[in-house]
Design a protein around this ligand. Structure first.
Ligand SMILES: CC(C)(COP(=O)(O)O)[C@@H](O)C(=O)NCCC(=O)N[C@@H](CSSC[C@H](N)C(=O)O)C(=O)O
Length: 327
């Protein structure tokens, strides 16, 4: 008998991603490796990038949520530096930790190279120090297996992956942290209402072309509110769960973050505005609002607010050990 629960209905009525089983095996092995290597290892699931809502099953058109992946990729680097093992669930082709410094679109790596007198290709002198630092951090993360990269594209893939990963992370308990920076769709087209083939912009009837310039009317359903299920069912109660709230209207940001915190009962909402997201975030907890800003002089560096967060996670973990959780 079909269940009434919209969450369960969602997962019954929509197909699991093809790569889910493979990703689950990778995450299982990643967790087992770190727990066996160091039982105290903290593991963070960082989600990063936008999610798409396909308009056709053989997708030509889709609705996307804004995110370049900077927040997630920057934060993943900070987490590795802070000693976390990072599962990076990211939108395929969005910015990645380390390579984000030399991404194809903004800082093409070829701009940092030159031919040497001896005919070799080398990094230009002025970029040596920075690239050496990024390369060393990247190699450290790889050598110690501190970064597991899992790509997704659609909101459906994202939801199935998040449910599986949260369940696999349950045994990690208070050493698990969820850092949900992905820009997740709030609306989608259920599989049974989705066109199979590319939606035609015009039709031909009796040999005559019709329908030029007709409107495309799309009916979207709300994506089930998964954050509540993550907090109360999928994830261990001892884990720390941080979500991000994105707004464009400064007058709404803190109140909407507080509403999310109250509605889902998780640990922290990091609020940010589309226009200032790179240099300021607000940490919202029950009864507290704390702005973290990058000084104007340093605004080329992306803020992640991670120092504050890592500090809090340590505090929660330590407090949890003493059975008094006061984040
Ligand atoms: C996407 C950005 C702004 C980063 O940008 P890039 O650096 O360019 O990647 C990120 O900081 C962020 O706000 N991420 C969260 C955005 C988001 O979708 N937040 C949702 C909450 S998570 S989706 C939760 C779902 N709707 C539910 O209620 O269960 C919201 O604001 O509502």
């Amino acid at each position: 008998m079909a269940t009434e629960d919209p969450q369960a209905q969602y997962f019954e009525n929509n197909p699991a991603p093809k790569q889910l089983r493979k990703h689950e095996a990778l995450v299982r092995e990643f967790i087992e490796y770190h727990i066996s290597t160091n039982p105290e290892t903290r593991i963070v699931l960082v989600t990063s990038g936008g999610t798409t809502v396909p308009l056709e099953n053989q997708t030509v058109r889709f609705i996307d949520n804004f995110s370049a992946g900077t927040r997630g990729a920057t934060s993943a680097e900070y987490f590795v530096r802070a000693g976390y093992a990072v599962i990076f669930l990211h939108r395929e082709y969005s910015l990645l930790p380390y390579s984000r410094h030399y991404s194809h679109s903004t800082n093409c790596f070829l701009d940092f190279m030159e031919g040497s007198a001896g005919g070799d290709v080398v990094v230009r002198q002025e970029y040596q120090m920075k690239m050496k630092q990024v390369l060393e951090e990247y190699q450290y993360a790889k050598k110690n297996r501190l970064l597991l990269m899992l790509p997704y594209v659609t909101v459906n893939e994202y939801l199935f992956e998040l449910r599986s990963l949260a369940t696999l992370l349950q045994p990690v308990g208070s050493r698990a942290l969820f850092y949900l920076a992905a820009a997740v769709s709030d609306f989608f087209i259920p599989r049974d209402r989705m066109e199979e083939h590319k939606i035609q912009s015009s039709t031909v009837e009796n040999g005559k072309k019709t329908g030029n310039g007709t409107q495309l009317v799309i009916n979207l359903d709300p994506v089930p509110k998964f954050l509540s299920t993550l907090v109360h069912s999928w994830a261990s109660r001892e884990s720390m769960i941080v979500s991000f709230k994105l707004e464009t209207d400064p007058n709404l940001l803190v109140s909407k973050a507080e509403q999310a915190l109250h509605k889902y009962g998780h640990d922290l909402v990091i609020g940010n505005l589309l226009t200032t997201r790179k240099w300021e975030v607000v940490f919202v907890r029950t009864g507290e609002e704390r702005w973290v800003r990058v000084p104007k002089a340093k605004r080329s560096r992306s803020v992640s607010g991670i120092e504050e967060l890592v500090g809090r996670a340590d505090k929660k973990k330590d407090a949890a050990k003493k059975d008094e959780v006061d984040l």
